[in-house]
Design a protein around this ligand. Structure first.
Ligand code: NCD
Length: 304
């Protein structure tokens, strides 16, 4: 593996190794403090981000490396009309590894063709978000002790939510994972996820719009934000944004050991009253994002 563009670029064995490494980093952080001394990570963010960009930067800093980059397209030469390929070709002269987020699906892949440095897709439009998926897998593994034999509910914007697409693609490769896809009709998973992932991998899945009806079956509930920035008109967003709001009452019929995940940012799809519930894992999940990115940087830079 040179770049990480799609979660399917890596095998389940490689995922297992990254999870093990992240767990070791959590246990023995001091062992890793100088592993990336004199190395540089560039974060090229053509789209807003808090967790992804800052956790990449924190990850590199905790490995003893340095960071450079930009956090909006407006402050880069993209605003002068420079192509992604040219930007990346230049940045790969300055940095050893590049994390890139872009509103256009496929942009990080195009970048990877031109870059001498490893490229990590930090989110491309409504398509993929493989490092969020590694974060989610680490969180599920730490909570459940396994990634197989679980029932996972995905709730909210399953059409535009790139974290959902990547996590389904990853979990579809594990044994006996049941998928419960909960969304309004207009925000169901794209056809290619149903056909090329779920059906192709012979996964058991159901689609419903009723969270209450299925919540009791779930081991993991993956809540998502309705992706305002990908809608063609504001009226549709306003109509759909409050489709699901998780409140303490709605958890009455949920399992006692349910794990509630959310890639964040949350708008209002999870009541803040749930933050104190031991089943809420989303802030811990955000922290896990730093550790798994440390593991990934080490792997792509071939540092043991
Ligand atoms: C997600 C993203 O950017 O796709 N956020 C993140 O990376 N943690 C989810 C979202 O923005 O809703």
């Amino acid at each position: 593996m040179k770049h990480l563009i799609d979660i399917r670029d890596i095998t389940t064995d490689e995922i297992e190794q990254l999870i093990e490494k992240a767990n070791d980093i959590i246990k023995n952080p001091e062992k890793y403090r100088e592993k990336c001394k004199y190395k540089k990570l560039a974060t090229l963010f053509f789209e807003p981000s808090t967790r992804t960009r800052l956790s990449f930067e924190a990850a590199m800093m905790e490995l003893g490396g340095n960071v450079l980059g930009f956090s909006e397209a407006q402050s880069s030469s993209a605003s002068k009309g420079e192509s992604v390929s040219d930007t990346v070709k230049v940045v790969s002269c300055y940095a050893d590894i590049i994390a890139m987020r872009h509103p256009k699906e496929g942009a990080p892949m195009v970048a990877s063709f031109k870059s001498d440095a490893p490229i990590i897709n930090a989110g491309d439009g409504g398509h993929n978000h493989p490092t969020q998926t590694l974060t989610d897998l680490l969180t599920i593994k730490r909570k459940k002790g396994k990634l197989s034999d679980i029932t996972v509910g995905f709730c909210g914007d399953l059409k535009f939510g790139r974290t959902v697409h990547s996590l389904i693609a990853a979990l579809s490769r594990y044994e006996n994972v049941k998928f419960v896809l909960i969304s309004p009709d207009e925000l169901k998973v794209p056809g290619y996820i149903r056909k090329d992932v779920l059906k192709k991998e012979k996964c058991e899945f159901v689609e419903t719009s009723d969270l209450q009806e299925v919540i009791g079956q779930l081991d993991v509930l993956y809540m998502t934000r309705v992706q305002r920035e990908r809608f063609f008109n504001e009226a549709d967003y306003i109509r759909l944004r409050d489709s699901y709001i998780l409140t303490p009452e709605k958890l009455d019929t949920a399992k006692a050991d349910l794990s509630i995940l959310h890639p964040l940012p949350r708008v209002n799809e999870i009541s803040t009253k749930i933050d104190e519930d031991p089943r809420a894992c989303y802030f811990e999940q955000a922290l896990n994002g730093k550790y798994i990115r440390m593991a990934l940087i080490l792997k792509l830079l071939e540092i043991d």
